[in-house]
Design a protein around this ligand. Structure first.
Ligand SMILES: NC(=O)c1ccc[n+]([C@@H]2O[C@H](COP(=O)([O-])OP(=O)(O)OC[C@H]3O[C@@H](n4cnc5c(N)ncnc54)[C@H](O)[C@@H]3O)[C@@H](O)[C@H]2O)c1
Length: 264
């Protein structure tokens, strides 16, 4: 156990079966948090739970699709019935589909927007409402991306969803501030996870280069000389969930090893 600063704190994480989600879940459980972990992928959730230290609080696992219209209510009810409260929410579930701009079709647009934006907006709204009604303070951390701050012709839907995340983060931060609920977003750069593996595979195939070539090119563009890891992100999520960040709200925190300094 790293520390017990999150003892009796209850955090809800979606996309917990993913690269970043798994890292965040492990980090928070090492700091004694009580966790509700949700993902559409039951196998990855079970694998994650099996890796949790036996000394940590057993997490509540929920297999669900983030597009479930009752998402926020289901997550909130699970946290309240198992642990009796909610202190934080980290919606990390997200997808990317690399596709040339002129081939992007409405079904893909709706899929990406549905998971990356719509589900995030309405789950923050529902969980925020549950917390406000009960007078609970806390911290919500949406997931943006450096893709949200500039044009991205082969991921226009993804980039637009993340740009909108930056916007709604500030809207919720302003509305929830009087209730003692802080709302920020993390904006990761290139983080080595299954999602980046998929980006590399698709782009490398499109360019006719060997797998790994695209990731290598990106790595060379990162001023700090390495791609990020889920641990780089988890440390910032833990900070934003903790009382150490008690006066920070409405911020988009970039974690990219300096990549955006060269590619704004
Ligand atoms: N990896 C990066 O470089 C990077 C950079 C910027 C932002 N992000 C963002 O970070 C978040 C996590 O990304 P990651 O790299 O860990 O990806 P990942 O693919 O490893 O994990 C994503 C998780 O979301 C889950 N998920 C997907 N669709 C879902 C749905 N409909 N309902 C419930 N769960 C669903 C997947 O099963 C998976 O476990 C995403 O929002 C992503 O956009 C990642």
């Amino acid at each position: 156990m790293m520390s017990d600063r999150f003892k009796n704190r209850v955090f809800i994480i979606t996309g917990a079966g993913g690269g970043i989600g798994g890292g965040v879940a492990r980090r928070l459980s090492q700091e004694a948090a009580s966790l509700v972990l949700a993902d559409v992928n039951a196998d990855s959730l079970r694998a994650l739970a099996a890796q949790m230290p036996t000394t940590s609080v057993r997490p509540e696992l929920l297999v669900l699709d983030a597009r479930d219209p009752e998402l926020g209510k289901r997550l909130g009810d699970a946290a309240i019935s198992r642990f009796g409260r909610i202190d934080g929410f980290v919606p990390l579930a997200g997808i990317i589909k690399i596709k040339p701009l002129l081939e992007l079709d409405p079904p893909q647009w709706d899929l990406v927007m549905g998971i990356n934006l719509r589900s995030v907006f309405f789950s923050i709204q529902a969980i925020g409402k549950l917390m406000i009604e009960r007078g609970w303070t806390g911290s919500i951390i949406a997931t943006s991306s450096i893709s949200g701050s500039g044009p991205r012709p082969d991921q226009a839907d993804y980039a637009a969803s993340k740009a909108a995340i930056n916007h709604i983060t500030k809207t919720f931060a302003l509305a929830f501030a009087p209730h003692g609920i802080r709302v920020n977003a993390i904006s990761p750069g290139v983080i080595e996870t299954p999602m980046w593996q998929e980006i590399d595979n698709t782009r490398s195939a499109m360019l006719g280069v060997k797998p790994g070539a695209v990731l290598k090119k990106f790595r060379e563009e990162i001023p700090m000389g390495r791609v990020g890891t889920p641990d780089d992100i988890s440390a910032v999520v833990a900070f934003l969930l903790s009382d150490e960040s008690s006066y920070i709200t409405g911020q988009i925190v970039t974690i990219d090893g300096g990549f955006q300094l060269k590619h704004p």
